[in-house]
Write a protein that binds this ligand. Structure first.
Ligand code: HEM
Length: 468
């Protein structure tokens, strides 16, 4: 995604798959490698010295995860707030910015999240590059706003995420998760990402908003265009991709405008109806605010949850003892396991803030206008907060991860929904496909923003659909 949840470097990064052979050979090599894997931990590699680490270099994000984790461990210990220069993005008419402070420690990320009056989101939270304000507004909505506008919008949309509203969605989550398993169960193998992890989050967002079945294919296609930006699978240069994203965004906006019109005349039992027909003193949304909010939900709630589920499955395959613990007592372990999956996956690698005035953070002086980038993925491995941070532990407690952002006004609005979706999906996998295993190397999205898995083969003993 370029103009939405993107950063300067992400544009340049585009995407690459793991440099591994395809086909049965790769699967076999992968299986053999795994069989030999006895470690309980990810073995990080500190192959880069502190002054060789440049997190704005696209090549840094092409390095194996173990090396990147090692580099962040070195930064946390030796230079926890480096100043990073920004790079030019080929073919994109945005000049490189002045650089940014990269926050790698948990404590500094907590501090910036808690103090929005000093570290604001209004200049852009989802892009390190300074994008035109209309881009931030349209694609990011309230995630790129400060108070009072942010508070006002958040109060309006929060009504879709109350415990009551989520309880109403629970039946949809269960039904959709069962349908997903039904669709693959007879095959014995499938692509874990597109067949199992991806359909649930988008389906639920459409259910929430009351998008009619007839429009879902269109929503799915346009969303994929927006989410897939930066991915050469789409075969366009960055400038062409921006045009594509804007086109896809305006088609989604047109759909929401149409829906707003319809629901104004005849309200239904969905979030769209309650957002546009709210009491005046609570505040109602205009058609274009609704469109922006929908795009934000689709962008914020979709790929994040999908990647958490994919990384979770990979981790359960890599660490069978942890899987055994969870499968043995699903209910007792589910809450800690879900939190650990989010910490482990850190689906959102970073968000940005901008200093509103001169300040000092973690001993580092910063001036008004300086950008700070919060590397959640690094904070989630901070040795000062997590015992054995490179161990995947489904019973980890406490687990003060910042996978959903730090404490503050922008803390993920969909956190409880995401937790629910992940829990239900693993409930179905561990009960209905109990021997499902990842059978080949994942194709990673090469991005400094989204910790994404694009494809990942899996296999299981075939069974019968529930609906038969
Ligand atoms: C595992 C899944 C998810 C992860 C890791 C995640 C992560 C995040 C993070 C890190 C932020 C903080 C932004 C900041 O501080 O600047 C955020 C905000 C947000 N998330 Fe999530 N998210 C997930 C799922 C969802 C879902 C399912 C939805 C809704 C359907 C959602 C909706 C939002 C919204 C609307 C915001 C903006 C909140 C605001 O600015 O007030 N997220 N998310």
């Amino acid at each position: 995604m370029i103009p939405l949840w993107a950063s300067h470097a992400q544009l340049a990064l585009a995407e690459s798959n793991c440099p591994v052979p395809d086909g049965d050979g790769a699967k076999l090599a992968y299986a053999l490698g795994r069989a030999q894997q006895k470690e309980m931990f990810m073995k990080i590699q500190k192959s880069l010295k502190v002054d060789e680490i440049d997190v704005s270099d696209p090549m840094f994000w092409a390095r194996p995860l173990e090396e990147r984790e090692g580099a962040f461990a070195v930064l946390r210990a030796e230079n926890p707030i480096p100043f990073v220069r920004e790079r030019e993005i080929p073919d994109v008419p945005i000049p490189p910015g002045p650089g940014y402070w990269a926050l790698t420690r948990h404590a500094d990320i907590l501090e910036t999240s808690r103090r929005p009056e000093i570290y604001c989101s209004g200049k852009g939270a989802t892009s390190i590059a300074d994008l035109p304000p209309e881009f931030n507004e349209f694609f990011g909505g309230m995630i790129n706003m400060d108070d009072p506008r942010h508070g006002h919008q958040r109060r309006i949309v929060s009504r879709g995420f109350t415990p009551r509203a989520l309880a109403k969605l629970e039946a949809d989550v269960s039904r959709r998760a069962d349908d997903i398993i039904d669709n693959v169960i007879e095959r014995g193998e499938c692509d874990f990402v597109s067949d199992i992890a991806a359909p649930l989050p988008l389906g639920i967002i459409c259910d929430m908003m009351g998008i009619p079945e007839s429009q879902r294919k269109m929503v799915f296609e346009k969303t994929n265009i927006i989410l897939g930006l930066g991915d050469p699978d789409f075969g366009e240069g960055p400038a062409g991709l921006i045009a594509l994203a804007l086109g896809a965004g305006s088609e989604l906006a047109a759909l929401m405008n149409e829906m707003a019109e319809l629901r104004r005349k005849s309200p239904g039992d969905d979030l769209t109806s309650s957002l546009i027909n709210a009491d005046l003193d609570e505040g109602a949304m205009t058609g274009s605010e609704l469109a922006s909010f929908f795009v934000l939900l689709v962008v914020a709630g979709n790929e994040t949850t999908r990647n958490a589920i994919s990384h979770g499955m990979k981790a359960l395959t890599d660490y069978p003892e942890e899987r055994r613990k969870w499968a043995t007592d699903f209910e007792a372990t589910a809450s800690t396991a879900v939190e650990e999956i989010i910490r482990w996956a850190s689906p959102v690698i970073h968000m940005r803030r901008t200093c509103t005035r001169h300040t000092t953070l973690g001993g580092q002086e910063m001036k008004a206008g300086d950008k700070v980038v919060l590397f959640y993925s690094s904070a989630n491995r901070d040795e000062k907060v997590f015992t054995d941070p490179h161990r995947f532990d489904v019973t980890r407690s406490p687990n003060d991860h910042v996978g959903f952002g730090g404490p503050g006004p922008h803390f993920c609005l969909g956190a409880n929904l995401a937790r629910r979706e992940i829990r239900v999906m693993f409930d179905r996998i561990l009960h209905r496909l109990p021997d499902l295993e990842i059978t080949g190397p994942p194709a990673h999205l090469q991005s400094n923003f989204i910790n994404g898995i694009k494809r990942m083969p899996c296999a299981f003993t075939p069974g019968k659909p529930k609906t038969q």
